[in-house]
Ligand binder design. Structure first.
Ligand code: G4P
Length: 289
């Protein structure tokens, strides 16, 4: 099994644990296209009783109806949850909603502090999630300027900075970076296809063939609509057809699979094949093997 962050896991765990002590509420960012696969089960363990707001980010790239269902599902499990698009934050309304949810989740803590006679209470929060899920974008969005550095390594670095979002609300300007799930190979492919796992871990050609197979099975018609090719047969023959259609050929007229794979992955990640949710709630309802 591939180890995405060799040597970092124990350190990450310690860093996140240390930073959790400093905050009252945690904003967990997951990818709305893979709300389950982009969660790290360790977080639940580390959080203990710490309140959480779950943000399904990149909702602009996910199927709207599926996102609604996932939000309902998590709400039924007692989570405070919101679908978000950190890049656009259309209308700024959702940003306000995130902060309302944070304040709602902090009520118990504030009440306990008030009972101990503590006034001028500040709610502190931090953003956590796997790489590339949009943590820095969200922090910048919430903070209103280039407050967050993108640190592509697990844990939270030293030199903690707090950004005041409202009078009594402060955000840690460095995100907590969790590693993605490693135990489920399909989740691994999904994470790689959406860009959460760096390409070096996967061969792009192998990944694109997996993606073609997945799309043909789960989202029939998307490949045909985008590339004007027939969706039948082996993934490799479909990729060959895409290459021919786009003129990705090597000398001698053979299909340039590497180029085809690169373009397919980039277009999928950029939403050019339409909004796609890869984690399905129906699948989740099936017994686990
Ligand atoms: P991270 O801190 O969690 O690692 O993620 P970061 O904010 O750096 O965001 C990773 C990429 O995802 C960025 O693209 C960012 O613009 C994009 N992104 C973040 N939130 C959203 C969202 O809600 N919707 C969409 N569509 N994209 C979002 P990038 O700078 O182009 O990086 P990359 O594509 O080269 O990885």
């Amino acid at each position: 099994m591939v180890n995405w962050f060799p040597g970092h896991m124990a350190r990450t765990k310690k860093l996140i644990q240390e930073n959790l002590k400093l905050v009252d509420v945690v904003l967990e960012l997951v990818d709305a296209r893979l709300p389950e696969s982009s969660r790290n089960p360790l977080l639940k363990e580390l959080l203990g009783e710490k309140p959480l707001v779950l943000v399904l980010n990149k909702s602009d790239l996910a199927e709207e109806a599926e996102t609604v269902r996932w939000c309902d599902y998590y709400r039924q499990q007692g989570h405070a949850v919101l679908a978000f698009d950190a890049v656009q934050d259309r209308g700024r309304q959702e940003k306000k909603t995130i902060l309302e949810l944070v304040k709602g989740q902090a009520q118990g803590i504030l009440a306990r502090r008030a009972a101990r006679g503590i006034r001028n209470q500040v709610i502190r929060l931090m953003v956590v999630g796997i790489p590339n899920v949009g943590k820095s974008t969200l922090i910048n969005n919430l903070a209103g300027k280039g407050a967050a550095e993108t640190a592509d390594r697990p844990g939270v670095t030293r030199g903690k900075q707090w950004v005041r979002l409202e009078k009594n609300l402060e955000l840690l300007d460095m995100p907590g970076i969790l590693w993605p799930k490693t135990e489920d190979p399909v989740a691994g492919y999904k994470l790689a296809a959406t860009g959460a796992i760096k390409e070096t871990v996967y061969d792009p050609l192998e990944l694109s063939l997996w993606l073609l197979g997945w799309l043909m099975e789960h989202k029939p018609g998307r490949i045909a609509a985008r590339y004007t090719v027939e969706e039948k047969g082996e993934a490799l023959s479909v990729l060959t057809a895409i290459c021919r259609q786009r003129g990705f050929l090597v000398s001698g007229g053979e299909a340039n699979w590497e180029k085809g794979a690169e373009v397919l992955l980039a277009e999928f990640r950029g939403g050019k094949l339409g909004r796609i949710t890869m984690d399905s709630l129906e699948k989740k309802a099936e017994p686990e093997h």
